[in-house]
Every structure is written in C-alpha cells, then in structure tokens.
Write a protein that binds this ligand. Structure first.
Ligand code: DI6
Ligand code: FE
Length: 402
C-alpha cells in the first residue's frame, strides 16, 4: 500500500463511535492518501509492505480529529466593544440602544460593509480558531436582515473557505432579529424571509442549512415553523437557536422537523431533551453566551445524558453575546460551567460537532475514508485540552492531508 503521508509514534484519540470513550490508541499511526485517511490505528495493524512519500515522527504527541466549530456568527461588520464598556460603566439598555448599540448596530455596520470588508474583518477571528486546530467552521448570516446583505454575508463566508485551508459550512439565519424598518411587523418580515429571501439563497447555493432564533425577543414557534417548512421545501437542513432565554419549547419544535441541531437550550425541559434524542437532533451548547450574559439557568445536561441526546460545544462567536474565538476556551467553559466531562467536551468539538453539521460521514473522527483533518497536540493527556485556560498546546494542524 502506498500512502502520501504517514504520521507515526502518535497517541490517537480517534473518537470512533465503535470505540470506548475517546477511542485511544497508544502506539498509533495515521496514513493519508489523496487528502483522506487511509489508515488510523495501532502501528502493528498497518498493512505489510506499505510505503509513503513522507513520514512524520509525532514524538509521542496526541492526535485528535481537527476541531469543528459548529455554531458561529463569524462574519459581521463593526464591533460592540464600546457598548460593552458603556454597560460596565453603568449605562442602561435604553441608553445603549439610544447610542445606537445592540444587535441593530451590528446590522447597520454589516449593511454598510462590502464583501471585501466582511472577509477582512472575519479573517483574524478565523485565523485564531485555525491556530487552535479548527479545520471546519459553520458560519451564519443574520446581520443583514434583507436579501442583499444576507447573501453578501454568505458569499463572504464561502470566500473565507477559499482564502484559508479550512472547510466552511454556511447557514442562512434571516430569521435572527426583526430589522428596524419592519416596525414591529414580525409576520410580514417572516413572509419576506420565506417568499423573497430563502428561495434566492437556496437557488444560488449560498447556504447549506437554515436557522432561526425562536425567542420572545425574536420569532415565535409558529413563525419559526413557517421558516422550517420553507427550508424543507427547498431541500435545506435545519438548525435552531432554541430555549436560550425562556422555554418556548424550541427544542421539541426543532426535533419535530428532524433538525440537525438545536442550540443554546438553557431553558429546555426534559420533554424537549427526549424529543431531541428520538429525532437524533444534536444539543449544541454555547457556554460563551451563557458566560457573557452571566446566565444562571444551566442547560439540562443530565436530561441529555439520560435520554442519550448527543452533546456538541461551539463558540457562538458573535459581537454581542459571545465574542469568543476559541474552542479550547469553549471546552473549558463547558466543563467548568456545565460540568461536562473531558470526553464530552472533546467529543463535543469533534465527532458531535460534525454530527450537528450533518457531516459525520466526512469529518469528526479518525477513521479510514474521512477527510484527513488532524490536530496534533503537545500534551501528556487529553484532559489538558479542557483543563488549561488561555494556553494553546497545538503543535500542528493538518487539513485535507496537508
Ligand atoms: N442569540 C444570541 O445570543 C445572539 N444571537 C442569537 O440568536 C445575539 C446576537 C447579537 O447580539 O449580535
Ligand atoms: Fe448564535
């Protein structure tokens, strides 16, 4: 057997579903051919007579699947640092809104930004994620709230995937917030999302999935269901910002539509957790938003475990409620704030995050046939990836075998 590259002398956390826990292999080898994993396992199981163009000695380092950030709003205009500072200095929500703050300020800045501006603004954030081993990222629209800017955000997101060695998955989030010009007309805005925006986004192939924000301050379950029906009609997969600030039973609604994931979930109840397990809808927990909002209601992790609901972790990188560009910090927060185990955290940013994107056939574990996306770490045990805070032990990152 002839390989392109062989990484040997490695400790592997394969995350293979058939294995126990992290799927640890002590004297491990990964072999790649044409950008895909051709072999992953103990050195003794390598086919005899193999050869390789390149051999890399990992010197005992740990190798995990490349990390997957399955929920981000990485592309946006402007920033909200001034508003953050005002709030710390005692400004009220009204004062911030009057000073042009809040989500509306990001919408305004995003509408004013060209595609080049959006790409340039997002690249430093993307580079930070990449420097910590991220090889796949989901990026949502949702700060345009009109067709032209939503499409521009998605085009910028796709372009990021051509400018850097990373896989970008895009999600249309037209139903993120009500734009100011809608003057409170939520149903009319959802009409526009379903009749004017979504069909064009789908036709132009700009989005892989459709998401919505189901919440008192955003859209109702009935309005969310209309968006989902339209997404289904266009053959797009579904995700949902569900039960973040209150329990509108968004988790159950998402499960009912066979959503890939329901995300946030602080206020989800036992019934919602069970419905998600039944439907195979992944629970994407976003501890960066929980932390930034100083939320105290914890997501129902025990119910997820009891029902067998799959748990992923993501950054939710956005300028308002989670200005976070680190999956390592997201893992630490998942453990410290939500009491997830080391295995749950590491699976949450690899295998389960891949599942939340509907890409488990392609990425998320070290198994033959999958894309050769690897993170090689200078650590002695996997727990270090979760335990340390503000320290990056990445030694090397491989995307598509390179
Ligand atoms: N949930 C959130 O926490 C953010 N969006 C969402 O759906 C808020 C986005 C922002 O404030 O810019
Ligand atoms: Fe979000």
């Amino acid at each position: 057997m002839r390989f392109d590259t062989v990484w040997f002398n490695a400790r592997l956390a394969t995350l293979a579903p058939a294995a126990d826990g992290l799927g640890i292999v002590h004297d491990g080898v990964i072999a790649a051919r044409n950008g895909r994993i051709a072999f992953a396992g103990p050195v003794g199981d390598l086919p005899t007579g193999w050869d390789s163009l390149e051999k890399v000695d990992c010197e005992g380092r740990w190798v995990t699947p490349g990390l997957v950030d399955c929920h981000t709003h990485l592309v946006f205009g402007g920033d909200r640092a001034a508003e953050f500072e005002m709030r710390l200095n005692g400004a009220s929500y009204e004062e911030i809104a009057r000073a042009g703050g809040g989500i509306v300020s990001t919408v305004k800045a995003t509408r004013a930004a060209s595609e080049d501006d959006l790409v340039a603004g997002a690249l430093p954030r993307l580079d930070h994620l990449i420097a910590e081993g991220c090889t796949t990222i989901e990026i949502k629209s949702g700060y345009g709230l009109e067709l032209e800017t939503e499409a521009r955000m998605l085009r910028a997101a796709r372009r990021l995937g051509r400018e850097r060695p990373v896989t970008v998955v895009t999600t249309f989030l037209g139903a993120h917030a009500l734009p100011p010009e809608a003057n409170g007309g939520k149903d009319a805005y959802i009409d526009m999302v379903c009749r004017e925006m979504l069909p064009v986004i789908a036709r132009e192939g700009l989005a892989d999935a459709v998401d919505a924000f189901c919440e008192g301050i955003a859209f109702s379950p009935a309005q969310t269901a209309r968006v989902f029906e339209t997404a289904e009609a266009h053959g797009l997969t579904i995700k949902l910002h569900a039960d973040q600030l209150s329990n509108l039973h968004g988790a159950k609604l998402a499960a009912g539509f066979g959503a890939l994931s329901a995300d946030h979930l602080e206020y989800t109840d036992d019934e919602g957790a069970g419905a998600m397990a039944q439907a195979g809808t992944v629970a994407v927990l976003l501890p960066g938003a929980f932390y930034t909002l100083r939320e105290t209601q914890l997501p129902p992790v025990d119910a997820f475990r009891r029902h067998g609901t799959r748990i992923a972790l993501a950054t939710d990188c956005n300028p308002g409620t989670s200005p976070l560009t680190s999956l390592l910090v997201a893992m630490n927060m998942g453990a410290t704030l939500f009491r997830l185990t080391v295995e749950e955290c590491i699976a949450g940013v690899t295998r389960e995050a891949a599942r939340a994107l509907g890409k488990l056939d392609e990425i998320g574990t070290l198994e033959p046939g999958k894309a050769c996306d690897l993170a090689i770490w200078d650590i002695e045990r996997p727990a270090e990836l979760v335990y340390r805070l503000g320290f990056n032990p990445l030694h090397a990152r491989i995307w598509r075998g390179q």
